[in-house]
Design a binder for this molecule. Structure first.
Ligand code: AKG
Length: 279
């Protein structure tokens, strides 16, 4: 654990685990090869059925993404219980064997180390968001560093696990009282290449927000990723739980929502057999 700054770092905290070098070199090789077969997409935050709030315009996310297990399209507003549970999660591709194996080990670790009261019934990590961090290449060729995530909570119930590859990211838990007050960093950790982080329980899931403040730029680049207009220096997987009854196939979504995401699904279908079958 780092003790370089006066900001408190992660310690042996109940409901918070950090393990450096968790993913083996062979697993990492398989995961990178798998990632090179994916074609991540750029999503917009809003859509016709879910227009931007007054005074805002539609905008692309800061980074390309890919989801496994189920896809939470940004314009469907993400999974947000208790109210936002219907028509948010669309059945997606399953995990490749290398991730399946890692996820099983993580689930076992959670059952061993976390209090059972913080593990919802039926909890298993069936959802994965893959975030690509780096520079956006603008139309004039200039590069724009978008490698950060603003403060937010992950609303999927139970512990969330994350594995990271590439450059180190400064991950912070934040106390945010109100919009007018400055956020306060409660804990922070540099997430290193091949590391595992798991957090759960009321404090880390319900009370505190989290964010990625920045990602180092020490020369690591993933040259084989199929991202458009983007150069990737960090890739993070967050594994979450969505109850199966809240995951719908594309065809089960209301017609207007199918139309909202049709462009994304067509794009995915050009490269993915799974998404071709959903169209
Ligand atoms: O990239 C990370 O380490 C965290 C990503 C994150 O906060 C999220 O996917 O909700």
């Amino acid at each position: 654990m780092h003790k370089a700054s006066r900001k408190p770092q992660f310690q042996q905290n109940l409901n918070l685990i950090y393990e450096a070098s968790y993913v083996t070199a062979n697993e990492k090789k398989d995961i990178i090869r798998y990632l090179e077969s994916l074609h991540p997409i750029w999503e917009n935050r809003f859509s016709k059925s879910n227009p931007p709030p007054e005074g805002e315009t539609n905008r692309p996310l800061l980074r390309p993404v890919y989801w496994l297990g189920n896809w939470q399209f940004a314009c469907l507003d993400y999974y947000h219980p208790p109210k936002g549970i219907q028509n948010r999660c669309v059945e997606a591709e399953s995990y490749p064997p290398v991730l399946e194996k890692i996820v099983k080990k993580i689930e076992q670790m959670v059952h061993e180390k976390f209090s059972e009261k913080d593990i919802p019934r039926g909890w298993h990590l069936n959802t994965c968001l893959i975030n690509y961090y780096g520079n956006k290449i603008l139309p004039d060729g200039k590069k724009l560093d978008t490698a950060r995530v603003g403060e937010h909570k992950d609303f999927e119930p139970g512990p969330v696990a994350s594995i990271s590859f590439g450059e180190k990211a400064l991950f912070q838990f934040i106390k945010s009282e109100s919009k007018s007050q400055k956020s306060q960093v409660i804990l922070q950790q540099w997430l290193e290449d091949s590391s595992l982080q798991i957090f759960g329980g009321d404090k880390f899931k319900k009370q505190l927000f989290h964010r990625v403040q920045r990602v180092e730029e020490k020369g690591i680049l993933f040259s084989g990723m199929k991202t458009t207009d983007f150069e990737t220096r960090r890739i993070n997987f967050t594994f979450r739980f969505v109850p199966n009854e809240h995951i719908k196939s594309l065809k089960e979504l209301p017609e207007n929502l199918q139309q909202d995401i049709n462009g994304y699904v067509s794009e995915l279908g050009k490269q993915s057999k799974f998404w071709q079958t959903q169209l």
